[in-house]
Write a protein that binds this ligand. Structure first.
Ligand code: RP5
Length: 167
């Protein structure tokens, strides 16, 4: 499923150990017809590659970057510091970490001027990162805007059905 093909959305994660959770982001993008560019790049272990990736992202056709990492999660911020593309940060709970709070604070506490749109820890955040990326792209893509409206309508229908099923 992971792809290195060019795409308007890049899903970057700090380690292959993040893939389990980030699969739900990739799948959610797939439900909107988007096959993202998927990369494993570490802000700490491969800082040179992270810099090269961010520097060239816009000219490679990427419009939104989703960056996920656990522990001292600097990936999203490090990429955001080198590009003006929107960066969505997904804090992850890794085995050796502090339940994701470590990654949440590292991702969300960006200094003024270099935002990272930070979503929830783990799988819910991974899914929401995909939806947020679609919302950004849908501003200039009518087909995607229609898919988003359908997605919201189906969520609404689901809840109403569950409510009706209660006796
Ligand atoms: C972070 O450190 C990664 O994003 C991962 O969540 C965490 C642990 O990485 P591994 O030791 O499993 O490669 O940089």
């Amino acid at each position: 499923m992971p792809s290195k093909k060019s795409s308007s959305v890049a899903v970057v994660m700090g380690s292959d150990s993040d893939m389990d959770v980030m699969k739900s982001c990739i799948e959610q993008l797939g439900e909107f017809g988007i096959e993202p560019l998927v990369r494993i790049i570490s802000a700490h272990r491969t800082p040179d590659i992270a810099a090269e990736f961010a520097d060239n992202a816009a000219k490679n056709g990427i419009k939104v970057i989703i960056a996920a990492a656990g522990m001292a999660a600097h990936l999203a911020g490090a990429l955001a510091g080198r590009t003006t593309l929107p960066v969505i940060g997904v804090p992850l709970s890794s085995k050796a970490g502090l339940g994701g709070i470590d990654a949440l604070l590292s991702t969300v506490q960006m200094p003024p001027g270099v935002p990272v749109a930070t979503v929830a820890i783990g799988k819910p955040g991974a899914k929401n990162a995909a939806v947020l990326a679609v919302q950004i792209l849908a501003l200039s893509d009518e087909k995607l805007a229609k898919r988003l409206a359908d997605y919201r309508a189906s969520q609404r229908k689901n809840v109403i059905e569950k409510d009706s099923a209660i006796e």
